[in-house]
Design a protein around this ligand. Structure first.
Ligand code: ADP
Ligand code: ADP
Length: 224
């Protein structure tokens, strides 16, 4: 499956041109969207996640028309914004179990298998009974990823997932995302060049609403 963005533009009501004629194809793997603050990254992510309107252009995911078939997109999308709400008084295990049942996993045993595997995959097994309010920043990010993955998404969008994390936690998050990228389209937005270098298979560089570069990270470094 591919995400194909064509001639996408967005101007906010105060005349800020956030996206100018973006053309981009994202393949399976980990795609890094790199750009300074205010470049248009979040706007692009929110439009792909069907949370915001575009003024013009098209986006397709496989044969889905993303800008028209919002409900379909939401069923196969995992979106992790920069600030996402967590229920502070609920444990990771309880919330994931609840989300899995909302997704139609009615059998308790099956649900436990899925939830346990997810807790292990995101390294939250030891902390599974702790309330989310007591989690560190990195644990919250990992929980956000677990929460997104429960729905078996075809596309995962993560906005600045490494912001404010220490190097060890940052690596854990990036490695996890890169592993997910083996079977899913992962789009990672960041303003940190190092986030892109090691693990992203493709990269786009955006500045002032314009996509300046798209290609392999190695070529991106040469172009800077
Ligand atoms: P849309 O056309 O996508 O609905 P709007 O221009 O109507 O977007 O703005 C959406 C919301 O974002 C408004 O509530 C607005 O107050 C808020 N907003 C305005 N300026 C900014 C900004 N610079 N960054 C983030 N949010 C903003
Ligand atoms: P990034 O995620 O790269 O920091 P954004 O997509 O948040 O960039 O913002 C792109 C541009 O659009 C910036 O100039 C920002 O101030 C502006 N902007 C973002 N959201 C809104 C909004 N809702 N209304 C008006 N301007 C906005």
């Amino acid at each position: 499956m591919q995400l194909v963005i064509k001639d996408l533009s967005k101007t906010y009501s105060d005349n800020t041109q956030a996206l100018k004629n973006i053309n981009l194809t994202v393949y399976q793997g980990m795609f890094g969207l790199l750009g300074p603050n205010g470049a248009g990254k979040s706007t692009l992510m929110r439009i792909i996640a069907t949370l915001q309107h575009a003024d013009s252009g098209t986006i397709t995911l496989g044969d889905i028309d993303v800008l028209q078939q919002k409900e379909t997109v939401r069923q196969i999308l995992g979106y992790l914004p920069q600030e996402f709400g967590l229920y502070p008084r609920v444990s990771a295990e309880t919330l994931l179990d609840h989300l899995a049942s909302l997704k139609g996993l009615v059998n308790r045993g099956e649900r436990k298998e899925v939830v346990d595997a997810m807790l292990q995959r995101t390294n939250l097994w030891e902390a599974r009974k702790r309330n989310l309010g007591a989690y560190s920043g990195g644990m919250k990010q990992r929980f956000g990823i677990a929460q997104a993955l429960i729905a078996n998404p075809k596309l995962i969008i993560v906005d600045e997932p490494t912001a404010g994390l220490d190097p060890a936690e940052r690596n854990r998050i990036l490695n996890l995302l890169s592993e997910i990228g083996e079977s899913t389209i992962v789009i990672l937005s960041t303003h940190i060049v190092d986030d892109i270098n090691e693990l992203c298979t493709h990269v786009g560089i955006i500045s002032n609403g314009t996509l300046l570069f798209k290609g392999r990270p190695i070529e991106a470094i040469e172009s800077i």
